[in-house]
Design a binder for this molecule. Structure first.
Ligand SMILES: [Zn+2]
Length: 258
């Protein structure tokens, strides 16, 4: 349900959905400057598939030559698998940011292919799913402080497609976790979706933050914030291009208006 939770604490970070304005939506995040992206004109050809792209190839998960060596590289504390539906429009999904910004930590596959799920958990808000933080605290206690899984699986797809994928018998019985009460900063209006319906890259980010809070004894110093590098850039780009008051996404997210 949208806006039912006014504020919540996520892995030590207070997410205050009502007073958090657009300008400080990313306050405290350590995200590299993406200003240079504005100076990139036109498109170049992907080294691998030779299709014409602007910033990155969303088929090959590679940055375009003008971005090589200039975008951040993120190492995550646990391996992430993202499963996408073959009909999903790659260019619109934030999931493709993952393997581009964290190539060693995030793998993508296209259903009906599925990743090795022998020691995996699945992110999906089913009735039997546990809140991510509750689940991690519980398994930590039960396993002498360690996380007994190697990988966390996300599904990047529309709701109906996702429902079908998570009921595939190869992954249907995996332990499931969910993220509640975190409001999305996604700029694209999603009809019928509550404001807590996170973009895939946001969901990956928040699960890693929660994992860090539970399993890593070091304080969090922004290590995974650059996962939102393109997301942050697009967020501000869209806000500059459109008057926030007329952008439908903001109608359901009044705190993002100036
Ligand atoms: Zn390509």
């Amino acid at each position: 349900m949208p806006n039912e939770i006014e504020s919540t604490t996520i892995a030590g970070t207070r997410v205050n959905s009502n007073v958090q304005g657009a300008q400080n939506a990313f306050a405290g995040f350590k995200i590299d400057s993406s200003d240079f992206l504005d100076s990139i004109e036109g498109r170049t050809l992907c080294d691998k598939c030779h299709r014409s792209r602007k910033f990155f190839c969303y088929k090959c998960y590679l940055p375009m030559p003008p971005l090589e060596g200039r975008i951040p590289s993120v190492e995550l504390p646990i391996h992430i698998d993202i499963v996408k539906h073959p009909q999903e429009i790659d260019g619109k999904s934030t999931a493709t940011h993952g393997p581009i910004l964290a190539p060693n930590s995030i793998s993508m596959c296209t259903y009906p292919d599925l990743p090795d799920s022998s020691r995996s958990i699945l992110v999906f808000p089913s009735d039997d799913a546990e809140e991510a933080e509750v689940f991690m605290e519980r398994v930590k206690k039960e396993n002498s402080g360690t996380f007994p899984y190697d990988r966390i699986i996300f599904v990047d797809s529309t709701w109906n497609q996702t429902y079908r994928i998570v009921h595939d018998e190869r992954i249907a019985d995996l332990p499931k976790i969910k993220l509640s009460g975190i409001e999305s900063l996604f700029w694209r209006y999603q009809r019928g979706n509550p404001t807590t319906y996170l973009a895939t890259i946001e969901a990956v980010y928040h699960v890693c933050r929660i994992y860090h809070g539970v399993f890593i004894s070091e304080p969090y110093r922004g290590e995974y914030d650059n996962l939102l590098f393109f997301f942050y850039y697009m967020f501000h780009k869209i806000r500059k291009l459109y008057d926030p008051k007329s952008l439908r996404a903001y109608a359901t997210r009044p705190h993002l208006r100036e």
